[in-house]
Design a protein around this ligand. Sequence first.
Ligand SMILES: [Zn+2]
Length: 424
Amino acid sequence: MARKPQRIVEAALIEGIGPVTAQDLVAMPEDTWGLLRDRITDRRQGNDGLLAKCLACDSHVYIKTARRRGVSLPLFAHYSGSDPRCPWHHGRNATPDDVRAAQYGGRQESDFHRLMCEQVAALVALDPRYVRHTMAEYLPPTETAHGRFPDVYVEWEGFGTFAVEFQMSGTFQTEISARCKHYEREGVPLLWILFGIDTKVQVQQSFLDVIRRHRGNAFVLDPPAVSASKKQHTLVLSCYLRNGDGFDPPQLVRFDELIIPRSKLPYHEDRIVAPLLADIEQRRRPWFNSLAKWDHEGPLPGLDRPQSLLMAAAFSIVAAANGKERNYASAHPNIRAMLNTYLHAGTFGGYTDLLTRLIANTTMAGLLNARVGEHLRRYRSDVQADERSQEWLMLRHLLPEALDPVVREELRYLDALPAWASPK
Ligand SMILES: [Zn+2]
């Protein structure tokens, strides 16, 4: 059957980040666009999050996923009820209620669900700290007050309360968001247990959304976890850690030993922030090595002379912001003298916007209120390397904590923006 060609939303404006094109979105790593997707949904649900608008019609958009050759790809889509005259409009979206009605048409899933809740309740009661638990009725089609009735709600003496939710096939992004944000506000740890996940095949998007919120950890209550729980008299889960596109073999983890971050979504091992920071570090390493050996004469490999000095100055700013002041760009005793000299000489005239942005997004931001700031304004050329220039793209790739608004936002949200890139 031939399908009608669909128009897609070519670009959106994400508050605090700026314009993001459909191509930018597809080029992002999955954890990055996934986090934007989560945060846009959070905001739509009336919580703290990100607002995204269609660049053509200004209607609110979200990030939906489409499968292409077995891979989930992100694309912007209008929420239902948006302006049909938008040139990027592509018809009505299914509402959560429509799909939920189809999804829970059969009763079978709810029977499994009840049994799983009873299983968790029995296991948490084995813990010597157990005080009480409550178990919600399972009535998703009529449940309108999201998040008020967790599947299982537990109180352990000395540990406090925590909530357990089961993620069945295809739970909606909006429901996941509403529940996560509810418990975050309440300060109650929330554990999502996945039901029916098969890590040997491509994992469904709704599971990946929950796994990402748990920092790349997929928690399952399988027979080994149940028997370990009985043996250890506490809740033990099988934890699959994301590794690239797949998962490592499961490990048994005690619930009370998980790390609980500000989001209150616990994890065993962070598989999102740590690999991201390691990847960035690896991009930078060769440049730090070349700069350490550079004598400030001539150019660096692959760059012209002004670009080389810019690179050296940028890395010097980062080193200073990191509390390890080092001047890679000249023989001056400090980076202030180095910057002032090159600005005064006109060497950085075309890079003042770039340098200003870099400095502003680090702990060196104070320089902008001092002589360096004055020089940046006074010796600014009309022709500037802008965000699409080779220099800006190169430095954004190497110093994304300071220069890539999407990465900054992601790290800030995960409480992992390095101190050097957090101006006071
Ligand atoms: Zn539009």
